[in-house]
Design a protein around this ligand. Structure first.
Ligand code: B12
Length: 211
């Protein structure tokens, strides 16, 4: 029988190979995919976030854990979809138009996935219309925008404006982040939430949704 503490430990340690192998073995042993995510992987990402907040972990450790989480999730995602497990909410995430930085965005996506959200990752250089279409077609409840360049920050406002124009703004929460972003900027452009780190993205999103 798989020792599931190994899965938890592998994600916290950023050991992608062990995380994937343990997940594979656990599935062979008949353990429910949702149980693996909720009871072992999400708490592991929670621990990673906690260590980051206390400065025990830094960005490189966060990246390794995110990669371990991602490699285990690759095995579980199709099974979760097939089992119809209900995610907390659906988040469409992307780096805004004109911007190719995705390290922070990927971390936020991994933390959200680890926190029980379904994440639709639209990648980088995402035009406002792509966010609008995703909210419309996939019923996303949250739009998460990342920008690393001062020159691409205005794309966040353009995206919020596009959601407004499409009549979709009331049905989604918009959260934003990235090195040049501040709470003041989030307030100015009418975003629902801002965080300066990936670890806080889960609690921020839950708070925005009133969960
Ligand atoms: C790596 C990097 C690159 C890589 C990107 C690789 C990749 N796949 O992402 C490459 C080399 C491609 C690159 C290119 C460029 N870059 Co660059 N890059 C960086 C660098 C060194 C690190 C960024 C990073 O990954 N940080 C680590 C991550 C983890 O941090 P983060 O992104 O801030 O994310 C955290 C939080 O902000 C938050 N967060 C992020 N997004 C979100 C979203 C939500 C919803 C939430 C809640 C939170 C959140 O959580 C994350 C984790 O805690 C920064 C310098 C710096 N110190 O920031 C410059 C920097 C951002 N780049 C810069 C520039 C100028 C460029 C270029 C224009 C250079 C050029 N002349 O070509 C191009 C632009 C290309 C483009 N169109 O986007 C400038 C921007 C200056 C400015 N004021 O706008 C910086 C600041 C460097 C500098 N000091 O001049 N870059």
């Amino acid at each position: 029988m798989t020792d599931l503490k190994q899965l938890y430990d592998a994600i916290v340690a950023g050991d992608a190979k062990t995380a994937r192998a343990t997940t594979e073995q656990a599935l062979k042993d008949g353990i429910e995919p949702l149980k693996l995510v909720m009871d072992h992987m999400a708490p592991a990402m929670g621990e990673v976030g906690r260590r980051f907040e206390c400065n025990d972990y830094f960005v490189p450790e966060l990246l390794l854990s995110a990669r371990a989480m991602k490699s285990a999730m690759e095995l579980l995602r199709p099974l979760l979809v097939a089992s119809g497990a209900q995610p907390l909410a659906r988040v469409a995430i992307g780096t805004v138009k004109g911007d190719l930085h995705d390290i922070g965005k990927n971390l936020v996506a991994a933390m959200l996935e680890g926190g029980g959200f379904e994440v639709i990752d639209l990648g980088v250089n995402v035009a406002p219309e792509q966010f609008v279409n995703t909210v419309r077609e996939k019923n996303a409840n949250v739009v998460a925008l990342s920008a690393l360049l001062t020159t691409t920050m205005p794309s966040m406002k353009t995206t919020i404006d596009a959601l407004n124009q499409a009549g979709l703004r009331q049905q989604v929460k918009v959260i934003i982040g990235g090195a040049p972003i501040t709470q003041k900027y989030a307030d100015e452009i009418g975003a629902d939430g801002y965080s300066d780190n990936a670890a806080e993205a889960v609690s921020l999103t839950k708070r925005c949704l009133g969960k």
